[in-house]
Design a protein around this ligand. Structure first.
Ligand code: HPA
Length: 283
């Protein structure tokens, strides 16, 4: 674990934000962070900076996650794409995991759209289904805001109830999916530590807890965004029945393949949401 002193986090994120602002990456109406194998939205006039060229940014190591900021216009909406995601299971300190979102917050971005690949816990969910996350259960054993408090980020005791999974962005996403004819389920995301997949007993336990999909990301980012007062939308792609992959496949190949097969539908909903924001339909 490359733990950073949480009091240094503000300086690291500020250095990254300053660099991005100098490159003209400020002024986005939304930041979009994409999950495993899920394509990024199509941007006009896209400019890209690798995290390795941005001071203060950590290195991404997980499969399907590269680590770059891309700025451009999607359906008329100035958009900051956060390509790649860090996970606590990689050994990253929670502060590093949430740093890209905090950089977006310091750039003044007020909306965060997250996509992710999940295991389906609810029994009617199938690989390839899309789900809008309405709430989460943090089962990861870790809170991204652990450590000395830096009030520059916001409150120490962040209240999530009613302040994340924004209702207006949710309605915008539901309309965008309906306009595209893409069924969008709703449900509760169970955030686990990983990287080990769940046992059948764990999946049964999750079901009894009211969890619909399970994944190894997102909860830290949503928490950081809530602390910054950003409005959040989370869209999950069901990649596999929770904890289970087909014989002869690795979990990694199964999840990435489903991302490549079905991720474009997730991205088209995200693009529809960005277009609606540009049209002033999400206020
Ligand atoms: N479990 C946990 N995380 C996941 C899964 C799963 O089955 N599929 C994709 N991410």
């Amino acid at each position: 674990m490359h733990a950073t002193d949480p009091r240094q986090e503000y300086d690291l994120a500020s250095a990254a934000a300053e660099r991005l602002r100098a490159e003209g990456f400020g002024g986005a109406v939304a930041a979009v962070q994409t999950g495993s194998g899920i394509p990024v939205p199509a941007l006009e006039g896209a400019r890209r900076i690798e995290w390795s060229d941005v001071p203060g940014m950590p290195r991404a190591t997980a499969p399907g996650h590269r680590g770059a900021f891309v700025f451009g216009t999607c359906r008329g909406a100035p958009t900051l794409v956060i390509e790649g995601r860090l996970h606590v299971y990689e050994g990253h300190a929670p502060g590093a995991v949430i740093r890209p979102v905090r950089v977006a917050g310091l750039l003044g971005v007020r909306r965060l759209v997250l996509t992710n690949a999940t295991g389906g816990v609810r029994q009617d969910l199938r690989a390839g289904d899309l789900l809008r996350v309405t709430d989460h259960v943090n089962l990861s054993g870790c809170d991204a805001l652990t450590g000395p408090h830096d009030p520059r980020w916001g409150d120490r005791f962040v209240v999530l109830a009613g302040r994340t999974y924004d209702a207006r962005l949710a309605a915008t996403a539901d309309r965008a999916a309906a306009a595209l004819g893409i069924p969008l389920a709703t449900g509760v995301y169970g955030g686990v530590h990983g990287p080990t997949f769940e046992t059948p007993a764990q999946v049964r336990a999750f079901r009894s807890m009211g969890i619909d999909v399970v994944g190894m990301s997102t909860v830290p980012e949503v928490t950081a965004a809530a602390q910054l007062g950003m409005r959040t939308l989370v869209l999950s792609l069901v990649a596999n029945p929770a904890g289970v992959v087909a014989d002869g496949k690795t979990a990694e190949s199964e999840v990435l393949e489903e991302g490549h097969r079905s991720g474009a539908r997730v991205t088209s909903v995200v693009e529809g949401v960005l277009g609606a924001i540009a049209q002033g339909e999400d206020r």
